[in-house]
Design a protein. Structure first.
Length: 118
């Protein structure tokens, strides 16, 4: 779900969310992921993890906390809190940096086929 949330947010960043449905889905998914984020403070391997399935005995990554689930969750959090573009759009040039003001607006001005990888 975290990876899909990143895609939904990215579609909004490149101007493919005219009715706001992807933004709403992103917010709902992020809220769900936050409620499932395992934070125990124990320092054990699953501390800070995101389960591969919900419920954890589901078919995908059964009883596992795959590292990529936490990575995509972190990406989604960065996209929300810092309006970070993930993956970065290198076609805008290095001087534009991921935190440059108006970066999302510049992405929206470009045609979707030229906006880079989703």
């Amino acid at each position: 779900m975290a990876q899909t949330a990143v895609i939904w947010k990215r579609w909004g960043q490149v101007g493919l969310d005219e009715d706001g449905s992807f933004a709403a889905a992103f917010e709902k998914a992020l809220s769900y992921l936050k409620s499932r984020h395992r934070i125990t403070g124990s320092g054990l391997p699953d501390d800070g993890g995101v389960a591969g399935s919900s419920p954890i005995w589901g078919a995908y990554a059964r009883f596992e906390f795959p590292n990529w689930a936490a990575k995509f969750f972190a990406d989604a959090l960065l996209m929300k809190t810092a309006d970070l573009v993930i993956p970065s759009d290198t076609s805008l040039g290095k001087s534009a940096g991921p935190f440059a003001p108006g970066r999302a607006a510049r992405l929206q001005e470009r045609a979707p086929t030229e906006a880079g990888v989703l």
